[in-house]
Every structure is written in structure tokens, then in C-alpha cells.
Design a protein around this ligand. Structure first.
Ligand code: HEM
Length: 214
């Protein structure tokens, strides 16, 4: 068992599979998070009651948070190992891996957009998740943050980075799990473009909207 685990996930294919599965897990989280954030358009009461509902799920929320943290640890550490292995095996630095669908901005910048996303998520968690909620509601915290044009600009730029990362990650994950039959590839490509635009525009417009109404 132990041997099987080490052989499977110690291999390059195994690591890519881990990246794909954990990455798709994040895509699921992003979808749910985006749908939840749409309550911000409903105003203070709508968003606060959504957040209260979520927190009333109690232990389920803790399980989901633990799951997310586990995904993050696996995705980031495996990504780092793959990056270092790729880097070492490259005789010339710019001879980037030529995975199937050709080189795109997304595929060439995965490690860099990944690192920027990690920084964004840490900043985001400190600002919202770990914010002191004893004197302000979660809506107040979000509204106060997005009343600053600089904060909004940072968020919009971060959402562009997220969209670029997802645009390659989504497509590449399906390829890794074996859904790379020529018959399905155009649909997966299309879905990947739609998903990354939905993530970029969906998340990116929220801070601008809150700034406009502040
Ligand atoms: C406009 C964009 C976004 C807004 C307004 C937003 C809002 C929020 C808020 C209010 C919370 C705190 C929830 C609470 O503690 O009750 C939160 C948590 C979180 N957000 Fe976002 N978010 C945005 C984009 C993103 C993006 C793009 C990611 C990932 C790439 C992300 C990842 C997370 C994570 C991991 C948490 C912690 C989840 C948890 O509490 O279990 N967010 N977000």
C-alpha cells in the first residue's frame, strides 16, 4: 500500500494527477464562493444572512475548511516540486514544456500566477476571513475594504491573475485525468474559456460594484 502510494504519487504522472484533482477541487470551491458572493449584490441584509446561514452549518464548515487547507497544501507543495523538477531538467531556461495545446500565456505563467494567487489568498484571508467580526458584520468589512480605489484595483488585478491561472489549469486538469479525446477537446477548451471568464468577470466586478455604491 505504502509502496503503491509512493510509486504512484512519486512519479511525474502521479504528481500531475494530484495537481489536476486538487485544482478541480479548487474550481468547485471557486464556483460555490462566487455564487455566495453574488449575494453582495442583494445588499447588507442579503449577504449577512447568507453568511449566517453558512456559519450555522457549524462542523460542516470546519470540515470544508480543513478540506480546502488539505487541497492547498497538496496543490502548492506538488506544484513547487514539479516547477523545480522542470526547471532543473531544462537545458535552456526558455525551453518550456510543450503540453498538447501549444503555449499560451496561461501555460507559460502557471508558477508565477500560482505564487501571486497564494499571496492574494493570504491577504484575502487576513482581510476578510480572520477580520474581527465582533463590532462589524461581514458585509461592513467587505464594503469598508472596497470603498478604497487602491484596494479595488488590487483585487481586480488579482482576479485577472486568477482567471489566467484557471484558463490553463482547468483545461490541463481535464487533459491529465484522461479526458483528452479529440472529440471532447473542443468542448473542454470552450468550457475552460467560459469558466475563466466567469471567474475573472464574476469576482472582478464585485469590488467595482461595491466601490460604485459606497
Ligand atoms: C471579489 C472577490 C471576492 C470576495 C468579495 C470574497 C469574499 C470573501 C469573504 C467575505 C470571505 C469570508 C467569509 C467569512 O469568514 O464569513 C471569504 C473567504 C475566503 N475566500 Fe473569498 N472572496 C473573493 C474572491 C476570492 C478568490 C478569487 C479566492 C480564491 C482564489 C477566494 C478564496 C477564499 C477563501 C479560501 C476563503 C476562506 C473560506 C472559508 O471561510 O472557509 N476568495 N471571501
Amino acid at each position: 500500500m505504502n509502496n503503491w502510494f509512493v510509486r504512484t504519487f512519486g512519479s511525474s504522472v502521479g504528481k500531475k494527477l494530484m495537481m489536476a484533482l486538487t485544482g478541480l477541487g479548487f474550481c468547485g470551491f471557486l464556483t460555490v464562493h462566487l455564487i455566495g458572493n453574488l449575494f453582495l449584490y442583494g445588499g447588507k441584509d442579503a449577504f449577512n444572512s447568507y453568511a449566517e446561514h453558512l456559519h450555522s452549518l457549524g462542523p460542516l464548515v470546519n470540515v470544508a475548511e480543513f478540506g480546502l487547507l488539505t487541497l492547498a497544501v497538496i496543490h502548492i507543495s506538488t506544484g513547487l516540486i514539479l516547477f523545480l523538477q522542470n526547471y532543473q531538467s531544462r537545458p535552456v531556461r526558455y525551453a518550456v514544456n510543450k503540453s498538447g495545446g501549444g503555449r499560451t500565456i496561461g501555460s507559460m505563467t502557471m508558477s508565477y500566477t500560482g505564487i501571486l494567487m497564494l499571496l492574494f489568498i493570504l491577504f484575502h484571508l487576513v482581510g476578510f476571513h480572520f477580520a474581527d467580526k465582533s463590532t462589524r458584520t461581514i458585509f461592513d468589512i467587505v464594503q469598508q475594504a472596497f470603498s478604497s480605489p487602491a484596494y479595488v484595483t488590487l483585487y481586480v488585478l488579482a482576479m485577472v491573475v486568477v482567471a489566467v491561472h484557471v484558463s490553463h489549469g482547468f483545461w490541463s486538469a481535464f487533459q491529465t485525468i484522461g479526458a483528452n479525446h479529440p472529440k471532447y477537446m473542443p468542448s473542454i477548451m470552450l468550457l475552460s474559456v467560459i469558466f475563466s471568464i466567469a471567474v475573472g468577470v464574476g469576482f472582478g466586478f464585485i469590488p467595482m460594484y461595491i466601490l460604485m455604491i459606497s
